[in-house]
Ligand binder design. Structure first.
Ligand code: DLL
Length: 415
């Protein structure tokens, strides 16, 4: 931490300025206990200093750039040094190892390779571990199925929505989970719930684990479930020191959900002191009696910024998902439309797809509306649309939430 503070002060820029404002002139001035009084850094700071203003290493030390395309503004770009790639490979190898991946494993990596960190992150970790990585990347589903049948990978890495997409494609081709060779999968990069986990495990016949990360911090591998972590994600806290804070930036206790904040202790390209992720989760101590000594985090419960306020009630889209996908009549595809055409009376509209085309749509709609009312405390408009009408995500992250402010309805049938 002291070295990190020295690196930031030496580099100048917004993080150094803010440290000086609170009287920190050198690393020796602080310890981990001082963190709560040190300044935050946010995604806005990445945008304000676009493209590389937060870089702290000399340009000759930068070896690659990753980032996210970003829906709400400019892309977020992150330069990495060779040392950063080393840290990334280490935490990803650790994540894969915790999932039972070995040097004999074949890892089918169907995360996108590119600016997005998913593909390259798994790749670095898999090769560090000594497994064989197949860089399938995302898309071209027919080729993915062919490769999986011919090469018989034991490990699959992709987004959870793409895992479902692949599973359904296998089903449509008459191939059952028993015919596949998969044992375990690391799925992340987007929110998913227990219901989706069950669906993926059923469709693909594997153990589905949750992997979390963000490009600003390193990419995938910031935290990951292991076979023995009880549904919590082991945080690589020797590299990414976690805190959870409330709306006013106050540090919350273990178990209390709030905004995740990371301090990158070892990063050199873009080192971050107290980066506010916007992701809502809770921290937990290491498991009792476990050989693992790292703190753990819950799955991501929502975002501080996609929290919807519907007629005064705060709603996280993940809560809607939990209700909708708990109903066995519903296929794992849905779309939440935040209808703000009448600003004074926003409505939540939820489009679902029945698994069975003969399902009584009115009964399904009414049952789901009742269940959503019980869980969220607000009335939602639920519409069952015919199978295959909800947009699938053949690559990348599923879009499950759209805002409707004017113009035509985002999903026909949802009026
Ligand atoms: O999504 C890194 C990643 C790649 C993680 C592959 C896991 C697997 P970004 O594109 O920068 O990086 O997006 C980061 O995605 O702040 C979360 O909001 C969300 N996210 C990532 N993993 C999870 C997860 C990659 N397991 C943003 N559950 C983060 C829920 C997730 N949300």
């Amino acid at each position: 931490m002291r070295q990190l503070v020295d690196r930031l002060l030496g580099a100048g820029g917004v993080q150094a300025e803010r440290l000086r404002e609170v009287g920190v002139e050198r690393g020796d001035d602080v310890g981990l206990d001082d963190l709560p009084r040190l300044p935050f850094v946010t995604k806005q700071d990445f945008w304000d200093s676009y493209p590389f203003g937060l870089r702290a290493a000399p340009v000759e030390d930068v070896v690659c750039v990753h980032g996210s395309s970003g829906t709400k503004g400019r892309p977020t770009l992150v330069p990495y040094t060779a040392r950063d790639l080393d840290v990334w490979a280490e935490v990803m190898a650790r994540a894969l190892g915790g999932a039972g991946v070995t040097r004999r494993s074949l890892v089918h990596c169907a995360y996108g390779y590119g600016l997005f960190t998913g593909g390259m992150g798994v790749h670095h970790g898999g090769t560090r571990l000594g497994a064989t990585v197949l860089p399938a990347s995302s898309g071209a589903t027919d080729r993915q199925l062919r490769l999986m049948l011919d090469l018989r990978p034991d490990v699959l890495c992709c987004t959870p929505s793409y895992a479902i997409y692949l599973g359904e494609a296998f089903g449509a081709a008459g191939i059952t989970a028993e015919q596949l060779s998969l044992r375990v999968g690391l799925f992340g990069a987007e929110p998913w719930t227990g219901q989706m986990r069950e669906e993926i495990e059923r469709l693909l016949g594997l153990r589905a684990l949750n992997i979390y990360g963000l490009s600003e911090v390193i990419g995938p591998g910031v935290a990951c479930e292991s076979l023995d972590s009880d549904g919590l994600l082991n945080v690589a806290e020797d590299h990414f020191y976690p805190e959870v804070v409330g709306p006013d930036g106050e540090v919350l206790r273990d178990g209390e959900p709030g905004e995740l904040v990371f301090t990158t202790l070892t990063k050199t390209g873009v080192p971050l002191l107290r980066y506010r992720t916007g992701d809502v989760a809770a921290l937990h101590p290491p498991g009792t009696g476990s050989a693992r000594t790292l703190r753990r985090m819950s799955r991501v419960l929502g975002r501080t910024d996609d929290m919807l306020v519907i007629r005064g009630t705060n709603v996280f889209p993940s809560e809607i998902e939990a209700v909708v996908l708990a109903d066995p009549r519903v296929a794992p595809h849905y779309l939440v439309v935040e209808d703000r055409r009448d600003r004074s009376r926003p409505e939540l509209r939820v489009g679902v797809e029945p698994r069975d085309a003969h399902e009584d749509p009115v009964r399904l709609e009414n049952d789901l509306a009742t269940a959503l009312q019980a869980r969220l405390g607000i009335q939602c408009i639920v519409r069952a649309v015919p199978p295959d009408n909800i947009p699938r995500s053949p690559t990348g992250k599923a879009q499950r939430l759209v805002r409707w402010e004017h113009g035509v309805v985002p999903l026909p049938g949802l009026e």
